[in-house]
Design a protein around this ligand. Sequence first.
Ligand SMILES: Nc1ncnc2c1ncn2[C@@H]1O[C@H](COP(=O)(O)OP(=O)(O)OP(=O)(O)O)[C@@H](O)[C@H]1O
Ligand SMILES: [Mg+2]
Length: 303
Amino acid sequence: MTRSLRGSEIRRLPDDAAPGVADTRLLPNDDFAAAWSAIVLPDDMKQRLLRTAVAEAHLRAAVPFDALPLHGVVLLTGKPGVGKTTVARGLANQVARAVTHAAQWLFVEVDPHSLASSSLGRSQRAVEQLFGTLLNEHAAAGPMIVLLDEVETLFTDRAALSMEANPVDVHRAVDAALVGLDRLARRHPQMLIVATTNFSDALDPALASRADWIVEVPLPDRAARRQILEHAAAAVAAAFPGACRLLEPALLDAAAEEAAGIDGRRLRKAVATACAYRPEAQGDPDRVTGQDLLAVLREEGGH
Ligand SMILES: Nc1ncnc2c1ncn2[C@@H]1O[C@H](COP(=O)(O)OP(=O)(O)OP(=O)(O)O)[C@@H](O)[C@H]1O
Ligand SMILES: [Mg+2]
């Protein structure tokens, strides 16, 4: 593995208007670094994810596939709003920082929804085009991380397909995606794939079996809930000083307790909703109170 002169070769970005491409960037990237630090996961889950991805990068680059059949695929599962997509982007950035190459790392986010098509054969061709041509070419040019977000859309469980809604086409598209993935994995040891799903039951088992590691991202525990609320409240207070009432330690303790079962996305939104809770405050975030936040979390928790 080349370890010198990171960034000396500037990578060409794929056309992000190509079917199936949602986002492309060169790594490291500051937005992704912020995403990584904003995510709160239990114990050493974040560091372990990073160690695993880094070990994969090293192993895949040096050990033949037939001896160690690593596809370079990490699968993140978990309920909606627990931070899977954010973790995946942040992880891509951390890996790019930890494992340096002569060329810059490229990040490509795939939008599987735009590959789905109702007309027979079209989605299969779009999948082949994405995996066989676009990703293949860019992986050949240097290290690359691909985010397959909501991967059940692309790798739908073929056994569960009913005969309605063009299943032949879906079957072919899933087959094409698996073939494409296998080829990419064998040809490009400098490529990693982070896949996410909140419907692991709808996922074709052939994808899960190709994943080198499957990680369930949990709902935040009490300590994580407190940290997420504090982070969101601090961001609001930076712009509206009155919101520093939400940063009072005893209030954060009570709020974290009240918020049991609420995911990270809803927790952050609750801080915004609290700003609109009491009619007298007239939507002014400077006038939000701890009681507003507790009331919103109580309502959220009841849903
Ligand atoms: N554990 C967490 N720590 C901090 N912030 C979190 C956490 N979980 C979610 N969030 C915040 O919630 C928002 C949504 O997260 P994200 O989109 O990554 O979730 P997701 O698991 O991909 O959801 P979905 O399954 O609906 O796609 C982000 O702004 C993220 O920062
Ligand atoms: Mg997501």
